[in-house]
Unconditional design. Structure first.
Length: 217
């Protein structure tokens, strides 16, 4: 089982406060499963989606959805329309999943800091919480999903962003607008809820990947 991590940052010198290395550091802390990192610029499904790939994690990125920026992610968007593998999109990755299925993105105020998010549906990502519970997670964004396509359903919301998390109704596609990999604020206070969400996703992937191997045999 290999996790394929797609690095969506176009410029390694312009990562902002949600740097890509945070995601890799957190993965190193919470799982022993191997992972492979691929830039979105070189991502080729025919080369990189091998039988041992169990899931994809899509990173955030400080970009928007102008025509030229959408074109940069064309290969990733096309793959997200058809993949049957589990996918977790984080921030810009979350927006890419929604965009691939027809959603519109809007720009608003820049949200930076730890925010309260309400769980709407304790599905895979929010396993262990109850409907209506609040969690605290790191927000770093100004773009957001305006409305979800009808084949998706919301999993979480907040006062600053209507669609904080979602899932596809029939395929294992999940998105979170926030950054679950970032759990420490500027005053070294720890907010562990994001780690639990990542672990929930990886636990789900592990269970289903083992089931796929069983049926292959």
């Amino acid at each position: 089982m290999t996790i394929l991590v797609i690095n969506n940052y176009p410029d390694p010198k312009r990562m902002g406060p949600a740097r890509f290395d945070y995601l890799l550091r957190t993965l190193n802390e919470i799982t022993n499963e191997p992972y492979t990192v691929i830039s979105f610029r070189v991502f080729n499904p025919s080369l990189h989606i091998t039988p041992d790939v169990s899931c994809l994690i899509l990173s955030g990125a400080p970009v928007h959805f102008t025509p030229s920026e959408v074109d940069m992610y064309r290969t990733e968007l096309e793959y997200l329309r058809v993949t049957e593998l589990p996918v977790l999109g984080i921030c810009h990755g979350h927006q890419l999943i929604a965009k691939a299925h027809g959603a519109n993105m809007l720009s608003g105020d820049y949200i930076l800091g730890f925010e309260k998010v309400q769980v709407l549906e304790p599905d895979v990502l929010f396993n262990g919480w109850k409907r209506g519970d609040y969690i605290t997670v790191r927000e770093v964004h100004s773009d957001y999903v305006e409305e979800l396509p009808r084949e998706f359903e919301p999993l979480a919301t907040s006062i600053t962003c209507k669609v904080e998390a979602f899932k596809h109704k029939s395929r294992p596609l999940y998105g979170v607008q926030f950054h679950p990999e970032i759990t420490i604020d500027e005053e070294n206070r720890v907010y562990p809820d994001g780690i639990r969400i990542l672990k929930n996703f990886l636990d789900y992937v592990t269970q289903n990947f083992k089931a796929m191997l069983y049926f292959r045999e």
